[in-house]
Design a binder for this molecule. Sequence first.
Ligand code: SF4
Ligand code: SF4
Length: 421
Amino acid sequence: MNFIKEKILNSKNIRTLVQVISFIAFTGLFTLTYGSLKSIYVCTIEGNFSLVTCMPQLILVSVVFLLTATLGRFFCGWMCAFGTLMDFLHFISYKITGKSIIVNYKLDQALKLLKYIVLIGSIIFIWTLGVNLFGGSNPWDVFGTYTSFGQFPEFSQYIKSNWLGVGILVIVVLGGLFIERFFCRYLCPLGAIFSILSKLRIIKIKKAENNCGKCSHCSKSCSMGININPKEVVTSGECINCFKCINACPRENLRIMLGTKHSKKIAVVIAILVVSASGIAYYAATYIDSSQATDLSKVHIAELTEQGGGTFTDGTYEGTGSGFKGTTTVSVTVKNGYIKNIETISTGDDMPYYNRAFNHVAEQIISTQNVSIDAMTGATFSSNGIMEAVANALGQEYENNNSQLERGHGGLGYGMDNGKS
Ligand code: SF4
Ligand code: SF4
């Protein structure tokens, strides 16, 4: 029984299991959280913010941020798919080479500032000024495209239109092979926010000074390069609650403090609860988002109808287009010469992004009776696929009028694509 407890049911194995489950169940959570924050910001600065339309984004962001501020970065250490990729890369390279590069402490500290520059740069240039920095998908989107279930875009074509995102992802993967949590430490803008938020957390790692052998096993094992040895309490916002330092100490000198009490078991239970709550928020946001879908039968085309007969031939047609992850197939119904209804038959895209894009695109197409409209913020690939499929169903040549169509889909979007993806 003790063997099972120590060798199988230890915090390391439980964390790995939770990471694997999260990777499968919540692959897009990290990009959706960041994208949701972006949507709230863009809506606010454009004066479009409303509690009802931004509800899905608000739920996700507030749950994840609140849990991180109070309990620390379980999101990063236990459930983020990109963080899990970083852990996996380091595990593989360590197994092969038996080495892990320990970055000089001062250099590591300086490089960690880079993620704040990435965050501030993104807010100013991409979110506020609408600079189309990536041309195609950002590295997160590229990663998400090939790790989520569904159809994958043709690789050479994908690289061509997303070369910067793919290039950065290659650098991140190479970095992750040699330096543990390379992206999380130095480049992740969401990690920068979490790092600030988690400073006030109530869960902290504490060391009993009098029993410390000064071997520095704790510091050497830290995923995030925190120099734990000289400290009594780890207060750094870089800590991702992975508990590797605790497992590394041969004297069992480190403890997980919950206020004034300490317990590893309770901390593991809290980790699982945090992951479950964030997962529920993820699916709740997705559900609310899709239930806010416009009833297409109520879309107003009275003015257009008054102008005379529609130009399309009556009937129900099927068409296909290239979405974010392969083919999107729709059915289009034309009545009295007007597009009356659009239904999705199948798509390879991730549903949260697709639903959001579909609500916007289908409503716009029906109300304007025009197939080429503006894409949805943060869901340009999906939008493009729907427009192309509708055009295909109606026997039209599809013309891509969206200059930003090669941008990544980055999160639950809101509003028209105005260059702030
Ligand atoms: S720092 Fe960023 S990439 Fe790393 S685990 Fe946290 S959210 Fe994910
Ligand atoms: S201090 Fe410990 S729990 Fe925090 S990141 Fe480093 S190894 Fe993980």
